[in-house]
Design a protein around this ligand. Structure first.
Ligand code: ADP
Length: 330
């Protein structure tokens, strides 16, 4: 295990936590989800009960974890955080559920990756606030019902279509997070710059926003890199020139495409002549799971009009060829 990578990862997470909005009014953009969620929370508070379970879907870095924390903060309750991959046995989930306190928010990130065996248990817990603890093995095993206090589940997934219908149906509210506009990202960046204590000109922030892949996590990360540059090579101020030069040094594409986005696009054009090619084949060629290509890279490439999904497979558009500086085959 590389200790340096581990530290870098921790630094990154700490930096991210410092910039997280605490309340719903600080959460930038996504007006529809914010408004709907605010109603769900206010109504539950007025009734003095735990609100309905909430499902949040959307690509990584758009604010699902942040919203889960905001929900707990707005309700003034505790938050328990876990993830689908961490729940490999029903017992893992039983342990968490049975230790919840009344009204707490349980956040399960990547809920679509939870073990099947745990799903059944979650259905019952969500609906009846009960856990059936299995005692013994084989034919002699018995289920002992255990009541658990009412809680609110907040599930996050990169795509709600990946969830089995019975699980999806048990959420009272589903919020879909979409990529942010450059204007909204500029607002996120202005807030972050103030929190970091750096002086930033509007044009500098707009430049960073435009290359942030519609994603607040990316915007905040790029802001920190531009700040590094401005502190070491400039006067500490983030202006247009500093933003441009720094983003050039870090090889951030004008459209903000990341390594995977670019790999997918390049493979599609160079190896498959621009398609159409099936998702599975494309994923293998970039060494990724089809699911990752479909839920992480593809949504943004489609939004930017670089690839199109057709019944016969993925196709590179004229804009994709132009962006890569390649000539489309006649
Ligand atoms: P996800 O859980 O969807 O992967 P996160 O909630 O972890 O995304 O958000 C990533 C980062 O982006 C966080 O550090 C948070 O500060 C920032 N962020 C996300 N959404 C917003 C928003 N609407 N307003 C301000 N900052 C945001």
């Amino acid at each position: 295990i590389d200790a340096r990578i581990d530290t870098a990862d921790q630094d990154e997470r700490a930096a991210e936590a410092a910039l997280r909005p605490k309340g719903l009014d600080e959460f930038v953009g996504q007006p529809k989800v914010r408004d709907q969620l605010s109603l769900v929370l206010r109504a539950a508070q007025a009734r003095g009960r735990a609100p309905d379970h909430v499902l949040l879907s959307g690509p990584p870095g758009l604010g699902k974890t942040t919203l889960a924390m905001i929900i707990a903060h707005e309700l003034g309750t505790g938050l328990r955080v876990t993830s689908g991959p961490a729940i490999q046995h029903a017992g893992d989930l039983a342990a968490i559920l049975s230790s919840l306190e009344e009204g707490e928010v349980l956040f399960i990130d990547e809920i679509h990756r939870m073990a099947r065996a745990a799903e059944e248990m979650l259905y019952v817990a969500m609906e009846d606030f009960r856990v059936d603890v299995i005692v013994g093995k084989g034919p002699g095993a018995t289920a002992i019902p255990l009541d658990i206090p009412p809680f609110t589940l907040v599930g996050a997934t990169t795509r709600s279509g990946l969830l089995p219908a019975p699980l999806r149906d048990r959420f009272g509210f589903t919020g879909h997070l979409d990529f942010y506009s450059d204007e909204d990202l500029a607002v996120v960046l202005r807030r972050s710059a103030a929190l970091l204590g750096v002086t930033a000109a509007e044009e500098g922030l707009t430049e960073i926003a435009g290359r942030s892949r519609g994603t607040p996590r990316v915007a905040n990360r790029l802001l920190r890199r531009v700040r590094d540059y401005a502190q070491v090579r400039g006067d500490g101020r983030i202006d247009l020139a500093a933003a441009r030069t720094a983003l050039g040094i870090y090889e951030v594409d004008e459209l903000g495409l990341d390594r995977l986005d670019r790999a997918v696009l390049t493979m599609l054009c160079t190896r498959f002549g621009g398609g159409p090619v099936g998702l599975g084949t494309l994923a293998v060629s970039v060494g990724e799971e089809p699911d990752t290509v479909e839920t992480v890279a593809e949504p943004y490439l489609v939004r930017e009009g670089l690839i199109a999904r057709t019944p016969r497979g993925r196709v590179a558009t004229a804009a994709a060829w132009a962006h890569l500086g390649l000539t489309a085959p006649g």
